[in-house]
Design a protein around this ligand. Structure first.
Ligand code: NAD
Ligand code: UFG
Length: 362
């Protein structure tokens, strides 16, 4: 049987580069499109160093219609994993148009190119942030959505667009069956779409060769801790110790990036299964199903690395929730996926990446 070819948008980024490794090692051909707006070509050279295999690279913006049309004309793509997007919550509040343009418009251009090429299998990087200020702490997929910032709303809008695209398939297919005059020379495919709602991805590949390489001063907890541990930053601020949680600090569901990308491989397999046989668009949480507090992360990091973290308690950060974590039961039942790595693994692997690459990919 021929190897399947997967187009990975944003494949040079943090999660995308780990996905490339996993896809290549699982036996897929990989094509990457990335404009390197938040990554460097070096990450893909590292993918080659780990796997001995190289993705085919298209350096392009997904909003470039001609570039995407050329890509789909040159390559026989079976499915797309769509990571390309901007992801900083604070920046999205300052530059909402940039975020909607890149994330929402970029996805529209991609979808049009896919439709024109009759490529209709898609795995989309959504986020737990689409749940907004839910009234419970453990989020299941059927909770109502209500993102509270432009980044989150861009993800929620894309989810809505993808649900609409999938629903339209049923109408169009019925009309095709009646008139049989659409796409006369090829099979009319139905959209098969998986929305993966990530909780908090951290960690790095166990080789220590690829990992998260934030621009400037990190906003997220683990990249900040890594830079304090390595001496690049002086002190971590713990944003609030007066939340109604077990130790007063914020609780999140942290997931090892390698477990996360394995969820994408499982999702690709599910597209060939019964759930998606007649086309579908379904959301799945990718999380561990349990939360750790900021102090848990600091204490465990100190234990597994032997490095002390200089921190102070600071006021709460605007927009932060006290506590949430995934209900990952649906991903287990329908994708046969669950996390395999624990917090020690996440922190040891992240520290290996940081120690081996104190300046990231520079
Ligand atoms: P990242 O910034 O490391 O990777 C995104 C990649 O997409 C980068 O290589 C960037 O250069 C590329 N890109 C951005 N806009 C592009 C465009 N218009 N055309 C072509 N390439 C473009 O981010 P990541 O952490 O790997 O996240 C991947 C996806 O997962 C994003 O969509 C993000 O919103 C989503 N996500 C991430 C997290 C997280 O905590 N990392 C959590 C939930 C969801
Ligand atoms: N935190 C600190 N100090 C810091 C950074 C973070 O105390 O310097 C705390 C936060 O207050 C929060 C926890 O660490 O309690 C995690 O914060 P992150 O910034 O690492 O992650 P968030 O949960 O705020 O958001 C992340 C991504 C979002 C994504 C969301 C999905 O940044 O893009 O997870 O749940 F949508």
């Amino acid at each position: 049987m021929n190897k399947k070819t997967i187009l990975v948008t944003g494949g040079a980024g943090y999660i995308g580069s780990h996905a490339c490794v996993e896809l290549l090692q699982t036996g897929f051909n990989v094509v990457v499109v990335d404009n390197f707006s938040n990554s460097k070509p070096e990450s893909l050279r590292r993918v080659h160093a780990i796997t001995g295999l190289s993705p085919t690279l298209y350096q392009a913006d997904i909003r470039d219609k001609q570039a995407l049309s050329d890509l789909f004309a040159n390559e026989t793509i079976d499915a797309v994993i769509h990571f390309a997007g901007l992801k900083a919550v604070g920046e999205s509040c300052q530059q909402p148009l940039t975020y909607y343009n890149n994330n929402v418009y970029g996805t529209l251009v991609l979808l049009e190119a896919m439709e024109a090429a009759n490529v209709k299998q898609l795995i989309f990087s959504s986020s737990a942030t689409v749940y907004g200020e839910a009234t419970c702490q453990q989020y299941a997929e059927d909770l109502s959505l209500g993102a509270i910032n432009p980044y989150g709303r861009s993800k929620q809008m894309i989810e809505d667009i993808l649900r609409d695209v999938s629903a339209a398939d049923k109408i169009n297919h019925a009309s095709f069956m009646r008139t049989n005059d659409l796409l006369p020379h090829r099979q009319l495919r139905k959209w098969k779409i998986v929305l993966l709602r990530y909780f908090n991805p951290i960690g790095a590949h166990e080789s220590g060769m690829i990992g998260e390489d934030p621009n400037g001063i990190p906003n997220n907890l683990l990249p900040y801790i890594l830079q304090v541990a390595s001496g690049k930053l002086a002190q971590l601020s713990v944003w609030g110790d007066d939340y109604p949680t077990r130790d007063g600090t914020g609780i999140r569901d942290y997931i090892h990036v390698v477990d996360l990308v394995k969820g994408h491989i499982k999702a690709l397999a599910a597209l060939d299964g019964e759930q998606f046989a007649t086309g579908n668009c379904k959301a799945y949480n990718l999380g561990a199903g349990m939360g750790y507090s900021v102090l848990d992360i600091i204490n465990t990091f100190e234990k597994v690395t032997g490095r002390a973290i200089n921190y102070k308690i600071a006021p709460r950060r605007a927009g932060d929730l006290a506590e949430y974590f995934a209900n990952p039961a649906l991903a287990l039942a329908e994708l046969n996926w669950h996390t395999e790595k624990n917090l020690d693994d996440m922190l040891i692997d992240a520290w290996r990446w940081q120690s081996n690459n104190p300046e990231g990919y520079e």
